[in-house]
Design a protein around this ligand. Sequence first.
Ligand code: SF4
Length: 148
Amino acid sequence: MGMGRYVKIKGSMGPKYICVHELSKETVYATVEKPYRDTFDPDERDTPPEWCPFLQKGEREGTWVCIIHATRPRFCRDFVCAVMRIYTREGAEAGRVSEKFSLISADERLNALWKERIDPLIAGNDPEWKAQAAEIIASEGYRLEVYD
Ligand code: SF4
């Protein structure tokens, strides 16, 4: 629901859309799946602009689906739920924070930073830890995305 900032449609030909994922810098030729072809119009969608344009109401009431699921970007295929993602200055993923607030990273500097300065914030049960962690991590030159 926050991916509209990164999944951008650049053109189309019938049910095929040329799109760019601005985080992974990949170009994808995505095909809208059959049940959604007649109704999908990226210029007339009724979802918020911050949502990925391909996230649409499912056929079943109350569901949301990726209407290009079979041809979705690699970034989406590799996506694992996280409360925070951390990137290097160059844009490579340096780590992600699981829903249990643990860091998953192969970046030694980031692991050390997490252990020394972020873990104590979480252990102290500080509800503001995400904002404080973001500030600390950004001050070390990383870029973050923090999810609610
Ligand atoms: S999985 Fe589909 S709906 Fe979700 S961000 Fe990727 S392309 Fe968009």
